[in-house]
Design a protein around this ligand. Structure first.
Ligand code: 13P
Ligand code: SF4
Length: 344
């Protein structure tokens, strides 16, 4: 059962208690329920829709979003909403994507600093240089980038459709930016010649190289998987495609954050190692009380963790922080996003 739209304060408290006892301490839950109740009242008054990425902390994830999901699912919803305001409980590139796809809406990001190590790793100028080095080769850009980079791109992709999109392109060679690991995972799945950051062909000293990795998924190792399986031989390992290819290769399943959640829900197994941001392990655990989630909570996304219930309330009250995108850049970036939505 979900939290009803017009839940009273006591229903909100009761709902979060039932859903999250054992995952979030009781005192914290009571405080958070009060803030969630205020947000849900205000969101109706201000005609806002709240989108929550799967990485949001459990009390937020289960109380205020009208929709939760992965980058692709939330981008689709953002493109179609008629609400006056979109409050994006996620990171900046996600909120910016919403603005690119639906510019008439006011898009709010509750924490100004919520960035992403992948999005920060590449500039539009890097892409222009890369296109000069590899003329005619299509550029597939991960959605975890900013608008000016998307504007230089042929087609965007997300973790849920990357291999599918690369497969659908006629070219045998494809440039995949900016995530080295995602690019190498796509290469393994599609068998195509994937040009990715960090690659330096012999004799090409001018080639630009940058450190395109997710600071969270970069930390998971094959050793982590071995240790979990040694302790609990029945562990099913689920890894996000931003993990190193060696890690994905030893996992039982790899997919987007929503696909990982669905996999656990539909599996008959009882114990899982979740190789992604730890809060998502909490959210899956709350939905599957009969299953055990092993998660590595020392590995957190500092950007996703910037988004709190307190800041979301402030964001709605004061209409901060509004996302703006230069119109020329927006129109070019929208082409690569539209192409992705058409192809997937
Ligand atoms: P998803 O599209 O799978 O939700 O991934 C987004 C992300 O930033 C993962 O680190
Ligand atoms: Fe970016 Fe990694 Fe955080 Fe996802 S988990 S938002 S890719 S830094």
């Amino acid at each position: 059962m979900n939290l009803p739209e017009s839940a009273t304060l006591s229903q909100t408290r009761q709902y979060l208690k039932e859903k999250l006892t054992g995952i979030v301490p009781d005192t914290e839950l009571a405080l958070k329920a009060d803030i969630a109740y205020e947000i849900n009242k205000l969101k109706k008054e201000k005609n806002a829709v709240i989108l929550g990425h799967n990485y949001m902390e459990p009390a937020l994830f289960y109380s205020i979003p009208d929709h939760v999901g992965d980058s692709l699912g939330l981008a689709r919803i953002a493109a179609q909403t008629h609400a006056e305001r979109i409050v994006f409980c996620g990171v900046r590139f996600m909120a910016e994507t919403a603005k690119i796809l639906n510019p008439e809406r006011m898009v709010l990001l509750p924490a100004e600093k919520a960035g992403c190590s992948l999005a920060a790793s590449i500039t539009a100028e890097d892409v222009r240089k890369l296109k000069k080095q590899y003329p005619g080769i299509p550029v597939v850009t991960y959605i975890n980038t900013y608008a000016d980079v998307k504007a230089e791109t042929d087609v965007c992709c997300t973790s849920s459709n990357a291999s599918d999109i690369v497969n659908k392109l006629e070219s045998d060679s494809v440039i995949c930016i900016p995530d080295e690991f995602l690019a190498r995972n796509i290469a393994r799945e599609t068998g195509k010649n994937v040009i990715f950051p960090g690659q330096k062909p012999a004799g090409n000293d001018d080639m630009i190289i940058w450190d395109g990795r997710c600071e969270v998924h970069d930390q998971f190792t094959v050793e982590d998987v071995r240790n979990a399986r040694k302790q609990f031989p029945d562990t099913v390992v689920v890894a996000h495609p931003e993990c190193a290819p060696e890690v994905v290769a030893v996992a039982d399943y790899s997919g987007s954050t929503t696909a990982m959640t669905r996999y656990v829900r539909e599996s008959d197994a009882r114990r899982f190692l979740i190789l992604t941001e730890c809060a998502m392990g909490d959210n899956i655990a709350a939905e599957n009380p009969d299953k055990e989630m092993l998660r590595m909570c020392s590995v957190r996304c500092p950007h996703m963790n910037e988004i709190t219930l307190e800041d979301t309330l402030k964001s709605l009250r004061e209409d901060v922080h509004q996302i703006e995108v230069d119109e020329d850049v927006r129109l070019k970036a929208k082409r690569s996003l539209d192409r992705m939505l058409e192809m997937s």
